[in-house]
Ligand binder design. Structure first.
Ligand code: BG6
Length: 479
């Protein structure tokens, strides 16, 4: 049922995500009048606040994370906020919450980011308090389980109260403008699609490199590791967008149908097709940083780096490796997709001494949003000693191409879609399950072989085995 919610209920309203992303995003949407004046935002968490003290809490977060924002805009936004203390294990607390929310006849959107153990009591509490009716939709933030089985448990609990069309599973990478731009690049241009297959593409690389380490997330991260934290969700969604067949329409069902086919075509991965690492001490941007164990305060075998040579068993991609790589404490923050085309079938220039280099398309997702296509061109000259060819980049910086429109952060887009009920950029249950099935299978291979992550110096590109992974096949990472 289509409706625009006039209540937004935020679980985890005092958490890090709320402070850094959700409140600033909502404040920006408010300032641009993209949310209706009647939208009331009810925050809830265990901390003891009332409406006024929560507004002060929110003000501090906004002043920190939106330092340049007009004070007047922040004041106006704070007027939308209410707060109700809640312990999700106490059923009666949901009754107080329902009182605070008031009528939900127009519709309510819930943003649930909570510890996995609290999912079931939270859903049950919402249900008992009458907060799960036809006009309520729920957004779910990760971690949604740590394996296929545990994710299914959570999904079953949610499905008892909400049908799939009112469940919005968040993968914040889908809210990023450049990630959506992948669809425009592939399906709004004629020149890529005919080449977008095994006949013309040699391999694809997807890198999500971060310079940060454990941050203050030891409790979650040490139990998760890079494979479950980054590959299971963000990287596989990027891979699905790169590899999917053209959907018939730009709508949630058509796009998600095509993505899930890709995710189900992921081939079993052997041990030799994966590399895991854990950062040791080193240097990031010239500053010394400690190793993972030291930050954690104990020894651990959790991987902070993973590289995988993946394959898709379908017609389009047969024989094309998809190299996936993500890690913390790498030399730079960079998310990019590299499409390496094959060599031309025959060079007319070979007899004149010129070498050709295969074309390459680099899609920069962050921090810079750009699209770079390298083409071969003739070096100017009279060519007495032979023809010389050289790769030159055709470079589009999105910031320059679209200097006018305001840049939005992913959660602005996703929160607005949640409030208005557009599921296109949210992940469907069958996609999540296909992602977990593949990741569980890799973890089982590691467990069978007692695989342990190799140490790499912070500030390096991971263990040297990651370089060998591509070079064995004649490829090299785009660093
Ligand atoms: C999160 C992971 O999902 O994504 C973090 O849990 C990671 O470990 C973050 O740092 C990266 O997001 P972004 O948007 O900064 O690339």
């Amino acid at each position: 049922m289509s409706f625009t919610a006039d209540r937004l209920l935020l679980f985890g309203a005092t958490g890090d995500l709320a402070q850094r992303m959700l409140l600033p995003s909502l404040c920006a949407l408010h300032d641009d009048q993209l949310i209706a004046p009647e939208l009331t935002i009810i925050g809830t968490a265990r901390s003891e606040y009332d409406d006024d003290s929560y507004r002060e809490f929110a003000r501090a977060a906004l002043e920190k994370y939106l330092p340049d924002f007009r004070k007047g805009a922040i004041d106006g936004f704070l007027g939308r906020l209410k707060y109700q203390t809640l312990d999700a294990t106490q059923a009666e607390h949901f009754v107080n919450l329902a009182d605070e929310i008031g009528t939900i006849d127009k519709g309510m959107a819930i943003f649930l980011s909570t510890a996995p153990t609290l999912f079931e009591p939270t859903i049950a509490g919402l249900e008992q308090a009458g907060l799960t009716g036809d006009k309520v939709r729920i957004g779910l933030e990760k971690p949604l389980g740590s394996s296929l089985a545990t994710s299914q448990e959570i999904m079953d609990a949610v499905a008892r109260a909400f049908p799939e069309e009112r469940i919005f599973r968040i993968d914040h990478y889908l809210g990023k403008e450049t990630v959506q731009n992948l669809l425009a690049l592939r399906f709004a241009n004629i020149m890529f699609e005919p080449l977008w297959n095994a006949a013309h593409i040699d391999h694809v690389q997807i890198t999500i490199a971060e310079t940060v380490g454990l941050e203050a997330r030891a409790g979650y991260y040490d139990g998760a590791g890079a494979l479950r934290d980054m590959v299971q969700n963000h990287m596989l969604q990027l891979l699905a967008l790169v590899a999917m067949e053209p959907p018939a329409n730009f709508d949630a069902t058509a796009i998600r149908d095509e993505k899930v086919k890709v995710l189900r075509a992921l081939r079993h991965v052997d041990l030799g097709e994966t590399v895991t690492g854990q950062y040791a001490k080193g240097n990031i941007d010239g500053a010394a940083v400690p190793g993972y164990d030291e930050e954690l305060g104990s020894d651990s075998d959790t991987e902070t780096f993973v590289a995988i040579k993946a394959h898709l068993d379908n017609w389009r991609w047969q024989g094309v490796p998809f190299y996936l790589r993500t890690g913390k404490r790498l030399p730079e923050r960079k998310t990019e997709i590299v499409v390496q085309f094959r060599s031309i079938p025959h060079s007319i220039f070979a007899s004149r001494g010129a070498k050709t280099v295969p074309n390459q398309l680099v899609i920069g997702i962050q921090p810079e949003e750009n699209i770079q296509l390298t083409l071969m061109a003739k070096v100017p000259g009279l060519d007495r000693g032979g023809i010389r060819l050289h790769p030159v980049p055709l470079d589009i910086a999105m910031d320059d191409a679209f200097a006018g429109p305001k840049k939005r952060i992913a959660y602005e887009r996703l929160l607005l879609d949640l409030i208005e009920g557009d599921q296109t950029l949210f992940v469907r249950r069958d996609e999540v399950e296909a992602q977990w099935a593949w990741v569980d299978d890799i973890r089982a291979v590691w467990a069978d072989h007692h695989a342990k992550p190799k140490r790499y110096a912070s500030g390096s590109w991971g263990p040297s085995a990651a370089v060998a992974l591509t070079e064995r096949a004649g490829a090299s990472w785009h660093d």
